[in-house]
Design a binder for this molecule. Sequence first.
Ligand code: SAM
Ligand code: SF4
Ligand code: SF4
Length: 374
Amino acid sequence: MGESVIPLADLRTRATPARVPEQPIPATGLLSDRLGRPLRDLRISVTDRCNFRCSYCMPKEVFDRDYRFLPQADLLSFEEITRIARLFVAHGVAKLRLTGGEPLLRKGLEALVAQLAALRTPDGAPLDITLTTNGTLLARKARALREAGLKRVTVSLDALDDAIFQRMNDVGFPVAEVLAGIDAALDAGLSPIKINMVVKRGTNCHEIVPLARHVRERYGPGVVLRFIEYMDVGATNGWRLDEVLPSAEVRARLHAAFPLEKLAPTAPGETAERWRYADGGGEVGFISSVTQAFCGDCNRARLSTEGKLFLCLFATRGHDLRALLRGGASDEDIASAIGLAWQERDDRYSELRSSGAAEPGSGERRVEMHYIGG
Ligand code: SAM
Ligand code: SF4
Ligand code: SF4
């Protein structure tokens, strides 16, 4: 535990300055990284705070009363986020995901959604804007978000059983309120809704079939349940391979209850493998970052709460775009810095982990997921 002498909060300040190349890199939408991957998807963390303490993400023992979250002045303002998002869109990004921490804790988030919804791709098309939330504030906010221009939403839900759910969020939050949030999102017209379940062996694996049954019976094909393998993100969750329930096993359990058929992917870079219930009961997804790495067509960038650009979920350092923004850089300079960072990208952590070339927990400490956005 020699590492723990570096306070976690201080790791956030470790960054690579965002370099502005001498020759501008024009935003043509054709950027490609060293492995030939385009840039299409930007995930934006709008807060590092959360009202849950899921042990796989923000364990209570680390993120306790003494933990120093970012001060307000360090967060990118909505105007700063929108300016950066606009430059990413010029470079080819067509999809934006607001995340965190818990994004709905960020005050007035609807105003940011409205600003982002007004952006257009170079072809004049609206963006695909979505949000990942733990659902606790959805019942209150779904309508305002929809009115601001949000089209769809992903809700994290790890169990239907209240005792298991409360144990997993570790703050005693009742599952009924999240279910009410999903109902409110459907009523507000947010569609399609995706539900993400992180499966941890020995913790919630008996919830796979009950949750699937609930989603099928209550919502039908309009809601897609996705099973996520427990990942070794960050440096605080004490990840162990034996707690990962591989997607193949999750699928086998589900198939035994509700026979499944494989579907073709709809878009390159899609994280989830898609399957459908043979009886027409809808679709499910499997996100298998541990057992089936999908780095080969990873087209995702992440913008942290304080404006650092991360090129991989498992990165240890970000490129400090906020310093450029607040230092008076022009749009052209910031776009060129984004372009250069992407052109130099060669990250493929999950692939390396699968091949044994990257050991979880080795080298520099990775940033936490709630800070760079899941
Ligand atoms: N607070 C919001 C939520 O929980 O939906 C958004 C942020 S959260 C970091 C985004 C997603 O990451 C959630 O679906 C969560 O379940 C997932 N996640 C967090 N830690 C994870 C881990 N160790 N392995 C797999 N998924 C994880
Ligand atoms: Fe909060 Fe989401 Fe992390 Fe759970 S997964 S602690 S809800 S940020
Ligand atoms: Fe993308 Fe990094 Fe995940 Fe690979 S490990 S899919 S490069 S975010």
